[in-house]
Design a protein around this ligand. Structure first.
Ligand code: SF4
Length: 413
């Protein structure tokens, strides 16, 4: 507790290791871009990173860069530049802030790591499993750099994933190999692919295990911690470093549970976060919920990097399965069942839906889901209006008032 009597955020020992891992990731890419020591592939966050790694590419994730632009609150400086180039303020603000930063010749990597520019790609590989925006985003860079853009068109709105869906995506993945081999200048080594898929599977299993520690009451960490520690699951899955990182973090979380250490002292309410993070407001929101003694224990967003289907014995089909079975690909009834299970597992007593103005794909409050879940589960739900990066869509005052009123409602129950 602080001298003010309000709870304080507790830092993790593992954070030093996390910072090093992220710094190494960007420095390796920068070095390769400068010296040509390795080929570089840009990949969507839930794209076929394993295939690219197995073929010797270093992998860079523009969405991670987009999140950095949001978290550093620089996105707002760059979105207008993309708007002026014809990219609407209504489309994905990861895309507009990233493209805007590129057009202005700037990047948060400079301040964080002394890196002047994002690494030049040799190829861009997207998967539309999350949205169509990534396709247009990658084509922008394909034109700018004059490099090939390869893509996978995934099914969306899937009720139940079938062998037909999986076979379709697996065939697209396999069909991509000859073009990648040409760019990589080497054939695909299936043993190396199995090895990378096995490392990704281990990383994903550990990521699930660390997230699951929040089932403990009180929880040893919150959604706001998850968004920081998910970095390796996004940018380094398929590497031994990511596996090692989550082993260390898991140990620390278990220690916290043994010691009864709560992320939120005096935890009174346990909440679920549905939708994108509001990157530029994470710290403010973390403090607000902490002051209100509320712990956000689980989220759809952070769970999206759990890929239980990976199987090194069947790499193409299992990658297709894992990447097509993500929450965002599914229809509303499936999504509701998914949230309902998490609500039970994590003993949640209220749900927050973030309606992100520029990401309809990750906003699930627009077709009556909060009302249906409230009715079915008898739990209160609140829709918070905002955006992942574009803070013009976010009203500080209104969000605070609504959250405080929501917590009062929880108290009355
Ligand atoms: S899912 Fe949303 S936030 Fe992510 S790239 Fe697509 S539109 Fe942007």
């Amino acid at each position: 507790m602080s001298t003010s009597g309000l709870p304080q955020r507790k830092e993790f020992r593992a954070t030093a290791r996390l910072k090093q891992l992220m710094a190494d990731h960007f420095h390796q890419l920068d070095e390769a871009a400068k010296t040509g020591s390795a080929k570089i592939a840009w990949c969507t966050s839930v794209g076929p990173a394993e295939l690219l790694r197995a073929m010797g590419f270093l992998v860079y994730f523009p969405e991670n860069h987009g999140a950095m632009l949001g978290a550093t609150r620089t996105a707002m400086d760059y979105i207008p530049a993309a708007n002026a180039a014809g990219y609407s303020p209504d489309i994905c603000s990861y895309l507009t802030s990233d493209v805007g930063a590129f057009l202005r010749g700037e990047t948060p990597l400079r301040r964080a790591y002394g890196i002047e520019r994002v690494p030049r790609p040799d190829v861009l590989v997207y998967n539309t499993n999350q949205c169509r925006d990534v396709q247009d985003w990658f084509h922008f860079y394909g034109r700018r750099f004059g490099v090939p853009v390869l893509g996978i068109s995934s099914p969306r709105g899937v009720e139940e994933l079938s062998s037909v869906h999986i076979a379709d995506v697996a065939a697209q993945l396999e069909a991509m190999v000859p073009a990648l081999e040409k760019i990589a200048g080497r054939p695909l080594d299936m043993d190396r692919l199995r090895e990378v898929v096995a490392l990704s599977k281990r990383c994903s299993d550990l990521w699930k295990e660390v997230l699951d520690t929040a089932r403990s009451v009180p929880s040893p960490w919150t959604f706001f911690d998850h968004t920081i520690h998910m970095g390796p699951a996004v940018v380094a899955r398929g590497t031994p470093e990511a596996v090692e990182y989550y082993e260390i973090l898991l140990e620390e979380l278990r220690e916290r549970i043994e010691q009864g250490m709560a992320a939120v002292d005096g935890e009174r309410h346990r909440l679920y976060w549905e939708g994108m993070p509001i990157w530029g407001k994470l710290r403010d929101l973390a403090n607000l919920f902490m002051d209100l003694r509320c712990c956000i224990v689980a989220s759809t967003y952070c769970n999206s990097w759990i890929f239980s289907a990976f199987d090194p014995e069947d790499p193409f089909r299992s990658m297709a399965h894992a990447y097509t079975d993500i929450f965002i690909c599914h229809a509303e009834p499936w999504k509701e069942r998914y949230i309902e299970e998490r609500i039970r597992e994590f003993q949640v007593d209220g749900i927050l839906f973030h309606d992100a103005k520029t990401c309809p794909n990750n906003s699930n409050s627009r077709y009556g889901m909060p009302q249906r879940l409230q009715e079915r589960l008898g739990l209160p739900a609140l829709v918070v209006h905002g955006d992942l990066n574009d803070l013009r869509c976010y009203s500080e005052e209104q969000v605070r008032t609504n959250i405080e009123a929501f917590v009062e409602q929880l108290e009355e129950r």
